[in-house]
Design a protein around this ligand. Sequence first.
Ligand code: PLP
Length: 373
Amino acid sequence: MRIETLAVHSGRAVDTATGAVTPPIHMSTTFQRAADGTYPQGYIYGRSGNPTRTLLEDCVRELEGGEAAAAFSSGMAAIMSVFQALSPGDHVIAPRDIYHGTTRLLREIMARWNLKTTFVDMTDLEEVRQAISDSTKLIFVETPSNPLLKITDISAVVDIAHQSGARCICDNTWATPVLQRPLTLGADLVVHSSTKYLGGHGDVTGGVVVSAREDDLFGKIRQIQQSGGAVPSPFDCWLTLRSIRTLPYRMRAHSENAVKVAEFLDGHPGVAEVFYPGLVSHPGHETARNQMNLFGGMLSCRVRGGKEEAFRVAAKTRLFTRATSLGSYESLIEHRASIEGPESRTPDDLLRLSVGLENAEDLIEDLEQALTG
Ligand SMILES: *Cc1c(COP(=O)(O)O)cnc(C)c1O
């Protein structure tokens, strides 16, 4: 089945008890045991499992083409579960250009339990190869990357990982399975912040790990979910599932709008540089064409005139709200370096745009008036 059909039909069944077409939200924290002490429906207690969560996990698993999935209360909890499934002394290779929360997790938290990380330019395959050591267990890919929209060749990094007995995980938050399916390119795991496009409406925080195989590593991830307890509420699962039904159509519109906005910014004298994989001039354009269906709704640009000017432009937009996060129906604009903190490597004149579902011409007119001053 194709992605639009999967998005509508996965993780959904008409309720046999009531005939309800839309799945109910099961809020119960506990489930009745049979007289002999067993659990005939498979559910025991809300932390270890919940029917609404199962539907969300089934849906994202099918969209990504995996064998197993685990839903979490945030994207970071999902990513953390993968790192915690490794052992102290293990080595991880991660990109320098990556969601800053993931960098922090590795540097400040996982380092304390002796998980070692080497940060590389993941688009430079030679640098990735050089970073491999005997204890390398995981290569972490994020493509397109945050905030510079770097494109990593997923299959090529998968090959490097597998040659050395390591696994490859891809943070697929920005692309979603609609634009890119890392497991079909050989990746072992996919992770999402469902707070972004999967949720799509700026009103639910969550994360999901999908595994190509129901193997030992996934068993550990499941154990961390159930015993660690960073589980999403049934209502959050239901909201995310409800939103995924329209994901393919939203991703198409986000991408179409972003192409237009990127082309506009690319030709504007007030803009020094545009980072968008859909532009032919982008160094990752060819790789993006090969592994993505569309180029997505995220882009960033460097404003001529430095930090002050970047702040001024962001402040003058009317349709773009100044806020962090991405993937919602409304457009957001953000001065990225100032949210990433003092250790940020992001240029000071960089604005990151999450292009929403408004009319592209309105968004372009808004940016035009903001840039003109
Ligand atoms: C937002 C984001 C995360 C973190 O997800 P939360 O839901 O905020 O915990 C991880 N990776 C990427 C690429 C993100 O954009």
